[in-house]
Write a protein that binds this ligand. Structure first.
Ligand code: ADP
Ligand code: MG
Length: 249
């Protein structure tokens, strides 16, 4: 199964979300092998992973793959090969710099496309101009793909009323495009956790003794767990994943 974080606009949290969901407890529990794939020639996750290796951190069930090619045939066959050995692929897709080739590929080939987006006119316009035309093109050919695309309200104020945020998105988004039932709040810990190749969970552990930082970090860990839970629920809903299906009452 393939989950992609896509947004033609840069700096919306794609890479941060990709790496932390890959290491989340829920994803770790659900899947036996997880490939974190960076399809970005710039390779910010690659540098982070190299630091992880230098620090000798536990990779858990995650393997990292960086595909720097901008040729579709190359990254397409790369993903096919990775899919043979991994139950879940989490793809980090670059912004506009690569002529949207990666975006198009991710939108067409993923089981779930998560679109982190702020409640701002800027993000709204960028989405309408750049990403939505690609989604529309794909869903016109394959209407069943509509359920694949989900907006994740991102950089929301930690104290904001989530219900209002969901209403905002249901107003501005085309009717068939769903908003996830969870938000990705703005928190300064997301700017600091990744030094020395740490993931959020490891960071939370490292600041356990500092009460203030520990509270912030554990809130962020909970955000990621909630987002991961939503991802799993959506995958099960869309694909009827037979794995570890819980009995419903
Ligand atoms: N929830 C968040 N709150 C505050 N800052 C964040 C959050 N998520 C990411 N950031 C910061 O914003 C910047 C862009 O994040 P990144 O994940 O690299 O976005 P993208 O991959 O979409 O370009 C980084 O400096 C990151 O540390
Ligand atoms: Mg990125």
């Amino acid at each position: 199964m393939i989950v992609s974080f896509v947004q033609t606009k840069g700096g919306t949290g794609k890479s941060t979300l990709a790496l932390n969901t890959a290491f989340s407890r829920r994803i770790q529990k659900q899947f036996q092998s997880i490939a974190l794939v960076e399809l970005d020639p710039q390779g910010s996750l690659k540098n982070w992973w190299i630091q992880r290796e230098e620090e000798g951190r536990n990779t858990e069930k995650v393997s990292f793959h960086h595909i720097s090619s901008t040729q579709k045939a190359v990254f397409q066959s790369g993903i096919t090969a990775i899919a043979e050995h991994n139950e879940l692929i989490i793809m980090d897709i670059p912004g506009e710099s690569t002529g949207k080739l990666h975006t198009r590929f991710a939108c067409a080939s993923s089981d779930l496309v998560i679109i982190p987006m702020r409640t701002s006119t800027n993000d709204e316009l960028a989405f309408a101009d750049n990403l939505y035309p690609i989604i529309r093109e794909i869903t016109n050919i394959a209407p069943e793909k509509r359920k694949t695309f989900h907006v994740l309200p991102s950089f929301t104020h930690p104290q904001s009323n989530n219900k209002k945020i969901f209403e905002y998105f249901s107003d501005i988004l085309p009717s068939h495009l769903e908003c996830m039932g969870v938000v990705y709040p703005h928190r300064s810990v997301y700017e600091n956790f990744n030094r020395d190749g740490m993931n959020l969970m490891e960071y939370a552990f490292s600041v356990e003794q500092n009460k203030r930082n520990a509270v912030q970090a554990s809130r962020a860990v909970m955000d990621i767990e909630e987002i991961s839970k939503n991802i799993i629920d959506l995958l099960e809903r869309n694909n009827g994943s037979p794995k570890k299906k819980k009995k419903t009452r």
